[in-house]
Design a protein around this ligand. Sequence first.
Ligand SMILES: NC(=O)c1ccc[n+]([C@@H]2O[C@H](COP(=O)([O-])OP(=O)(O)OC[C@H]3O[C@@H](n4cnc5c(N)ncnc54)[C@H](O)[C@@H]3O)[C@@H](O)[C@H]2O)c1
Length: 196
Amino acid sequence: MIKVGIIGAGSMGSGIAQVAAQAGHEVVLFDTNTEQLDKAKAKLAKIMARLVEKGKIDRVTADGIEKRVHYSNSMNGFAGAGLVIEAIIENLEIKKNVFKELEGIVEETCILASNTSSLSIASIAAACDHAHRVIGIHFFNPAPLMPLVEIIPAVQTDENITSAARRHHRLMGQSNGFNQRYARIHCKSSSATFLW
Ligand SMILES: NC(=O)c1ccc[n+]([C@@H]2O[C@H](COP(=O)([O-])OP(=O)(O)OC[C@H]3O[C@@H](n4cnc5c(N)ncnc54)[C@H](O)[C@@H]3O)[C@@H](O)[C@H]2O)c1
């Protein structure tokens, strides 16, 4: 299990936090807006209560999932993370600034991923000193229910980072029985679909 950092506690960030915590990872969910953090916490509690009510999980499991998500209005909690997934506003300049700041906080081995739907991963990576560890990991909405995850390497992305990103998501999908995840790998010149 690793520490997973998530930037942005909106629709996507809160859902990705749930997926990672369900898989047993420690999660740090960061947002500059504390109201969004409060909303994300309340939303997770409501979802867990519903799953317990329906008999899908027991209360102890639900408590464990909720406790694994830590809410923060600073990125400093990302120190020691193995993977950080960015899910903020769809704006290239803002994302680039966030990635630059992130590099000053996490270790060199940490994978930096963006959940962007439309922006170029290569452009985001170009803002980083260590562009080889930047990758797109694109969840669909709502993340806890949608089985598809796209892994999108940029031209700068190291192949080992692509493999590691796939491995992390295989772990997320298989360790809890809630999801069976699929991934479409967009390679530089071709694309192929893999069942995890
Ligand atoms: N909503 C979807 O259906 C969907 C699906 C797949 C991918 N995406 C992508 O995921 C990303 C997030 O989308 P969303 O729908 O969750 O957005 P959202 O508006 O619901 O949430 C964005 C969150 O980011 C926070 N934020 C903004 N700037 C920030 C900063 N500099 N630092 C920290 N937090 C900041 C906001 O406070 C907000 O809570 C986008 O890149 C989007 O393209 C969205």
